[in-house]
Design a protein around this ligand. Structure first.
Ligand SMILES: [Zn+2]
Length: 429
């Protein structure tokens, strides 16, 4: 649950939503439902924000919306929760002082400019701790976050130069991060932070992790040790682990803590813009509006990756499906639709009947993959070679290894043969 700022209303308005109901410092957004507190504290559901697969956004009145008009302002909600806020603030400060006031450890505050980090930084100041704040330059953050870190004088941690930035890495490696195989968190976030500090130093990290964020985090205690730290003498303290998201926002508003503009735009997270596969269409529609250049640049990268790697054959989806949603996950569907085959045929200059033959082929010699499943032939050249050598009518395909063995070709001879057929103008390749 996060506050709705005028910027988000501007976004809704530009999508033709009726926002006459809006007034400042009152409303909340929770899982795409507009909510408010009535005087006395009852939460009511007012509107629902929906986004379809074409990123068309609509705002509809919630069926529980009974045209209430006795809403609490944020300040009134803060007043009603004042005792709780005082109590959790004091508990957090006590914890920070317990571990950080008389310690021989160097105290490291990692701050992403997100809401939780900003609260931890604020609490650490109030606790009187002597700490240093670091901002991890993921190369995927939007300008607002980078500027906020700079403005506050945070020190910067950069990724390993061997990877370059995120976009450079994608370009050089040809890898698109998805939910099953992603490299970005590790290469651009976790590893650079660990490598930055001297392994022999005794460190105390402060993290803005909260138990309520996920199942995995629900069991965390006050002190954690990251398994990736190995035998370094580092510990992490979690001063706000018991805070709810509402606690965080009420405290930010009560203490006038700086808010990253991305939240005002309607984002629930500020980290790693645009290309994180964990975002959904609710974020993409925001990206398209607030960061059209970055939004389009990433879609161009996805489109080029799809076409140049013939991903029709891997994902069984169209270019549009890949660019709009399928890129975040694994194989999109098990069998290609007619539309997918049609698009692949057009792009490859093949007849439909021939194009069909490229999809879902397995090595007929019974080869298996690493997971002991039948080996799917995804490489267009291998599929083409089967048809070139055995005729376009064949039904049984063989994998590249089996073909090379059968013809007695080395990798070099294979490449030569493929290029020869391509140069002859064979459309199969
Ligand atoms: Zn085989």
């Amino acid at each position: 649950m996060q506050p709705i700022f005028p910027e988000y209303i501007q976004f809704l308005k530009s999508h033709n939503c009726d926002v006459d109901w809006f007034h400042e410092n009152t409303f909340w957004l929770d899982n795409n439902i507009v909510k408010a507190f009535r005087r006395g504290g009852q939460v009511v559901l007012l509107y629902r924000v929906s986004v379809d697969d074409n990123l068309h956004l609509t705002l509809t009145k919630h069926k529980q919306n009974k045209n209430f008009d006795d809403f609490e302002t944020w300040q009134e909600t803060i007043q009603r929760n004042r005792n709780r806020l005082c109590q959790i603030e004091q508990e957090s400060i006590n914890l920070l002082q317990q571990y950080g006031l008389h310690t021989d450890r160097r105290i490291i505050n990692t701050n992403s400019t997100g809401k939780d980090s900003m609260v931890v930084t604020h609490l650490a100041k109030k606790a009187g701790l002597n700490f240093e704040t670091f901002f991890n330059v993921t190369t995927l953050d939007v300008a607002e976050s980078n500027q906020m870190a700079k403005r506050n004088g945070y020190q910067h941690i950069f990724p390993d130069p061997q990877y370059g930035g995120f976009y450079q890495y994608v370009h050089n490696s040809g890898m698109i991060p998805n939910r099953f195989t992603r490299f970005c968190c590790q290469y651009f976030k976790e590893r650079p932070t660990i490598d930055y500090f001297n392994a022999d130093d005794k460190l105390l990290f402060m993290f803005g992790i909260r138990n309520g964020e996920s199942n995995q985090r629900s069991n965390y205690e006050d002190i954690i040790k990251n398994p990736l730290w190995g035998n370094r003498d580092w510990i992490g303290v979690l001063p706000i682990r018991k805070w709810s998201e509402l606690d965080i926002w009420l405290y930010i508003l009560a203490e006038d803590i700086e808010v990253n503009p991305k939240y005002k735009y309607g984002y629930t997270r500020v980290g790693c813009g645009i290309a994180c596969p964990y975002y959904t269409k609710y974020t993409w529609v925001l990206d398209k509006f607030w960061y059209p250049y970055l939004y389009n640049r990433w879609r161009d990268i996805l489109r080029n990756d799809f076409v140049s790697n013939n991903k029709w054959l891997i994902m069984n989806c169209t270019i549009k499906e890949y660019v709009t949603k399928a890129w975040t996950g694994g194989v999109f569907r098990t069998e290609p639709t007619d539309e997918v085959i049609q698009e692949y045929a057009e792009h490859s200059g093949l007849d439909i009947e021939v194009a069909k033959k490229y999809f879902n082929r397995y090595c007929s010699n019974g080869c298996i993959n690493k997971r002991s499943q039948p080996l799917k032939i995804k490489d267009k050249n291998t599929l083409a070679m089967n048809m070139k050598m055995f005729g376009r009518d064949i039904e049984k395909f063989k994998c590249k290894k089996c073909l090379m063995k059968e013809f007695g070709w080395t990798q070099e001879q294979w490449n030569k043969q493929v290029n020869e057929f391509k140069n002859q103008g064979c459309r199969l390749f």
